[in-house]
Design a protein around this ligand. Structure first.
Ligand SMILES: [Zn+2]
Length: 164
């Protein structure tokens, strides 16, 4: 029993050692409902850049910072900044409907893809409290990260996996 307990303690403390998480998804063209290949995806704090590949797909392992800003750039559509905040060991799917403009972010909580707010949650920015972490683990809010500018989505649709 003692051995089991110490094993459990080692296991529970592991995530603090391995600050890694995986983000993957697709970059989509929100005007034509197609996918965008060859978009540059840069993670500011992790200082890592990848390109979206076949059918707009991308996949990256974040090794340094689990809270970061993802900057997606394409020659035709310009740039969009998407805040990401992951828990250690998480595998998050994040699809980005693009291009978006600040003005297009509604404050009503009605998803532009499924036209309902039934499965949408608020995105919370800033350093999360313990309570907010617990809420995000239950899927009640989405943590938006600590980098805030004036062009941020307010909601996340869990059905379509988009921020809007
Ligand atoms: Zn939706």
């Amino acid at each position: 029993m003692k051995a089991l307990l110490s094993l459990l303690i080692v296991w529970m403390s592991l995530p603090s050692f391995s600050q890694k998480a995986i983000v993957s998804g697709r970059i989509t063209d929100s005007t034509k409902m197609g996918t965008i290949e060859g978009a540059q995806i840069h993670f500011l704090k992790n200082d890592t850049t990848i390109m979206s590949g076949f059918r707009g797909s991308y996949r990256i392992e974040l090794k340094k910072h689990l809270s970061d800003t993802m900057v997606v750039t394409h020659w035709k559509y310009g740039s969009v900044r998407v805040p990401v905040a992951l828990l250690a060991g998480a595998m998050e799917e994040l699809n980005i409907a693009y291009p978006v403009s600040c003005k297009s972010f509604p404050k009503t909580g009605v998803c532009p893809m499924c036209h309902t707010g039934a499965n949408s949650i608020r995105i919370v920015y800033g350093m999360p409290s313990k309570e907010m972490f617990e809420k995000s683990e239950k899927g009640e809010v989405k943590l938006g990260g600590c980098v805030v500018d004036d062009c941020m989505p307010h909601y996340h649709c869990k059905t379509d996996r988009i921020d809007y």
